[in-house]
Each structure stands twice: as C-alpha cells, then as structure tokens.
Ligand binder design. Structure first.
Ligand SMILES: NC(=O)C1=CN([C@@H]2O[C@H](COP(=O)(O)OP(=O)(O)OC[C@H]3O[C@@H](n4cnc5c(N)ncnc54)[C@H](O)[C@@H]3O)[C@@H](O)[C@H]2O)C=CC1
Ligand SMILES: O=C(O)[C@@H]1CCC=N1
Length: 269
C-alpha cells in the first residue's frame, strides 16, 4: 500500500527533499506539505503540485512525518502534533541537534522516531544523509528512511551519539566547499582573471578533484602529491596554507559546528 509522506516545514532543506522525492518517483498525490505562510503553500503547489495542509491535518493523514523546521521551532511544532500523532506513524526529524529522546518525550508513547541529517546536495541527487534510530524505531523504520533519503543520494546508518559529528562534517559540509570556492575566486581576481573565468576554473577544479576522490580509491594525500611537483607552484601554495594554519582552522571549525549541534539539543538554541 502506498504511504503518504508529509514534509512539515518546507524551507530550504524541506523543499530540497520534496523536489528530490518527486524526481525519485513519489507521486505528488502521496505527498503533503505544511508551511507557515499561504503564499509559500501556493508556490509549492505551483512548483510541485503538492497539497498544503495544517500540521494537525498532516499528523492525522500522513503515515510518515518529516520534520524540517529549525531546531528552535521544534518544541512548538511537537506541541501542535502531539494530540494527533499515533504510534503507528513514523516520525523522521532532519533538525540539527534535536535528539530522538527530545521528540519521543513529547509524542504518544512508543512512537517510532528516526533522526536524519541530510545536506543540500539532495537537490542534485548527491546528498549525504546520516540516519539513526530512536528507541522505538525498528529496522523496517530505518529502511523506510533509507528509501526516502536514498532516492536523493547516499545514506549511512550511525549510532545517534555520532549525529552531532556527522552534522559538522556532511550536514554543514557543502558550506565549507562553497566558502573555499568563494575565497579562491577572490584569489583569481587578485591574480588578474575576470571573475566569471576565475569562478569557472575553480568550480571545474573542484568537480575534477571531487570525482577523483570518489572514483580513484586513492588517499587524498596521494592525489595531492601527484599535483605537487618538486620546486613547483603547488608546494609554494601548500606552504602558505600551512603557514596560515588552514588545517588547524578546519579542525577547529568542525569542532565548533559539532559543539553548536550539541547546544541545539535543548530546542532553545
Ligand atoms: N539547510 C541545510 O543545509 C540543512 C538543514 N537541516 C535542518 O533542517 C531544518 C530546517 O533548516 P532550513 O531548511 O535551512 O531552514 P529554513 O528556515 O529554510 O526552513 C524552515 C521552515 O520551517 C517553517 N516552519 C517553522 N515553523 C513551522 C511550523 N510550526 N509549521 C510549519 N512550518 C514551519 C519556516 O517557515 C521555514 O520555511 C533545521 O532543523 C536544520 O537543522 C539539516 C540538514 C541540512
Ligand atoms: O547550519 C545548520 O544549522 C544546518 C544544519 C546542517 C546544515 N545546516
């Protein structure tokens, strides 16, 4: 029997997931969305043909509820849902930091909850979604989450204790690469290239490097060594990166993201 899936909170990640599910073959008739604003509901209907309902209606009518509001809005959303969510539903949360216990405590006892940390490349079917079971979620519930998120990229099961780290790596990860591309494009401007050309050169270098990382099976150190000619250009750049502590900065940055995810666990942010 076809299941109905509702995406509650259809902002950046909610819409990215919704669009991916439709590309992966979900019928708009089997999908529901909730929004805070009616113009947003209309926009999503025009774009995807999906019906917009209230959170309470979504809880009553959908078999699977995907919660995609900000961690700070999660407590309020769960209060709205609680009277209507029965334990035969599957609740999937995509919110950073929010634990399955936080959600379970606010819903009908025994409601299965799965925590997922996706990332925005679900928009191009190259997402990374890290999945953990709450205390009432079975293997079948995890498989359902994998089916939904696996349609738009890779999935990985981890113990929930690793979710904050995964959030720092893959959840936020795309932003670090965009930041690097932005900075390297600025460097191209400094070196006298037109902005559009600098952008294209760096983006293609990033794509080429990413595909080699994924497909060659080689360690990144080996791939970097192959670029780094003796007394050449690359080693001059690497020395500057090390002088400026870029490696240490990245380690500290991801640690800060992990810590922020832990802080968000209270739902107050
Ligand atoms: N943006 C990203 O790359 C990722 C975000 N996430 C998580 O996804 C969640 C959403 O993040 P974004 O999409 O970036 O934020 P966003 O602000 O774009 O989307 C949140 C949406 O929820 C709506 N909303 C809030 N309360 C609502 C309610 N009671 N009923 C219906 N809709 C409601 C807001 O109007 C907004 O459209 C967060 O918990 C975040 O941690 C997870 C992975 C990646
Ligand atoms: O920045 C954030 O909090 C969200 C979670 C992971 C990516 N974006």
């Amino acid at each position: 029997m076809t299941q109905t899936v509702a995406v509650l909170g259809t902002g950046k990640i909610g819409e990215a997931l919704l669009s991916g599910m439709i590309r992966a073959g979900w019928r708009p008739a089997d999908l529901l969305v909730t929004t805070r604003r009616s113009d947003r509901a209309q926009e999503l209907h025009t774009r995807y043909g999906v019906e917009s309902v209230t959170n309470a209606e979504a809880a009553k009518n959908a078999d699977i509820l995907i919660l995609a509001v900000k961690p700070q809005d999660m407590g309020k959303l769960l209060d709205e849902l609680a009277p209507h969510v029965t334990a035969d539903r599957l609740v999937i949360s995509a919110a950073a930091g929010i634990t399955t216990t936080f959600i379970e405590e606010r819903l009908t006892p025994d409601t299965p909850v799965v925590r997922v940390m996706p990332n925005t490349p679900v928009l191009v079917d190259e997402g990374m979604s890290v999945i953990s079971a709450g205390s009432h979620a079975t293997g079948a519930h995890l498989a359902t989450a994998e089916e939904i998120f696996g349609g738009v990229g890779k999935t990985l099961r981890v113990p929930e204790s690793q979710q904050d780290a995964a959030t720092a790596l893959s959840g936020s990860g795309p932003a670090y690469f965009y930041f690097l591309v932005e900075a390297m494009t600025d460097a191209g401007i400094l070196l006298g290239l037109p902005r559009a050309q600098a952008h294209d050169l760096i983006v293609q270098a990033a794509i080429g490097a990413a595909v080699m990382l994924r497909d060659s099976g080689e360690h990144p150190v080996k791939l970097r060594e192959a670029v780094t000619s003796p007394a050449g250009t690359t080693i001059s750049a690497i020395r500057e990166l090390e002088n400026h502590g870029v490696r240490a900065a990245l380690i500290a940055a991801l640690e800060a993201a992990r810590d922020r995810s832990r802080e968000l666990a209270s739902g107050n942010g």
